[in-house]
Design a protein around this ligand. Structure first.
Ligand code: FAD
Ligand code: FES
Length: 280
């Protein structure tokens, strides 16, 4: 059992848990994830480790409510327990001195990007962080990212804060403005990572994406997370989750991700009708 030490509602649909997990905290590296199960009948879901405290023996996860499990997770409070938590899983982010690294994050990826941006800065890179949200009220961790970046660029889809636009608009401006980026690192929704990769391709800038294919065991056994990269089949959980965004077959990924959509909607509707008193 893994105790939730702290809960913060970062924005209405994105929440932070600090969880007591000493064995994971001891070893975790930027870019790695855990697989959690709320209770014995719960489904397994992967979540990136957004921060950790090795001395305290805790890890921080930040999750967005998108379906039944993340809705159920959001109802837990500090003092509650998560039944299973396995990790750290996946290959750690490749951190080195590249030169100028553009760290891109949207939705939960703003938090998931944080340890990578921090490690890139510590490795001696110039770090430009670019984050997006649909609207101002959905933005979080601006100050945290500012602390680990040489420059932070914020953009909102509705223009309620910072320039109106999305990450690809900002990337284009950076490259057309003459900034020589050596590497782009993107985490967030699949569509954003696809567009970021398409934007950087004509400029010839290597773009690493943190793929979020559907996972079950997270250890290379079920084959559920397979993705096509450079014409080869890879398992995102053990061969990734980081891959070259210019080599990813985005159509295959998007289609596999939506393969269970009807069942996911049905599951959420059934859970909400059974638990309507508990939902907000
Ligand atoms: C390596 C990795 C790291 C991730 N890190 C984070 C994170 O830090 N924060 C965060 O909010 N989300 C993260 N995700 C996505 C997160 O796992 C899904 O949003 C979550 O599983 C949705 O479950 P649900 O029951 O709430 O929604 P559902 O209604 O079941 O699904 C909604 C959508 O989420 C995706 N999804 C569903 N089940 C899974 C699954 N078992 N594995 C992966 N995707 C799934 C599908 O695309 C689906 O259409 C990560 C995914 C991966 C693969
Ligand atoms: S999640 Fe099962 S093989 Fe990757």
């Amino acid at each position: 059992m893994y105790k939730i030490l702290l809960k913060q509602d970062l924005v209405p649909n994105i929440h932070l848990f600090k969880v007591e997990a000493p064995a994971v905290a001891k070893k975790v590296q930027p870019g790695e994830f855990v697989v959690i199960r709320i209770d014995e009948k719960g489904e397994r879901i992967p979540l990136t480790v957004a921060d950790w405290d090795r001395e305290e023996g805790s890890i921080t996860i930040v999750f967005m409510e998108v379906g039944t499990t993340t809705r159920r997770l959001a109802l837990l409070e500090a003092g509650d327990f998560i039944t299973n938590l396995v990790g750290p899983l996946g290959l750690p982010a490749h951190i080195a001195r590249f030169g100028t690294v553009v760290c891109v994050g949207g939705c939960y990826g703003i938090a998931a990007m944080m340890p990578i941006a921090r490690a890139m800065k510590e490795a001696g890179n110039k770090v430009i962080s670019v984050i997006e949200a649909r609207s101002k009220y959905l933005l979080f961790w601006e100050d945290e990212l500012k602390r680990v970046s040489d420059q932070l660029i914020v953009t909102t889809g509705d223009g309620s804060y910072a320039p109106q636009g999305w990450i690809p608009d900002q990337l284009k401006q950076i490259f057309e403005g003459g900034e020589k980026a050596d590497l782009i690192f993107a985490i967030g929704c699949t569509y954003m990572m696809k567009l970021a990769s398409e934007t950087s391709k004509p400029f010839g800038i290597k773009t690493i994406v943190h793929l979020n294919s559907i996972m079950v065991d997270g250890t290379g056994m079920c084959g559920c997370c397979r993705v096509s990269v450079g014409g080869e089949t890879k398992f995102a959980c053990v061969d990734g989750p980081e891959f070259d965004g210019h080599q990813v077959d985005w159509d295959v990924l998007l289609s596999r991700q939506s393969g269970y959509q009807d069942l996911e909607i049905q599951s959420l509707q059934e859970w909400e009708s059974r638990n309507w008193r508990r939902t907000r």
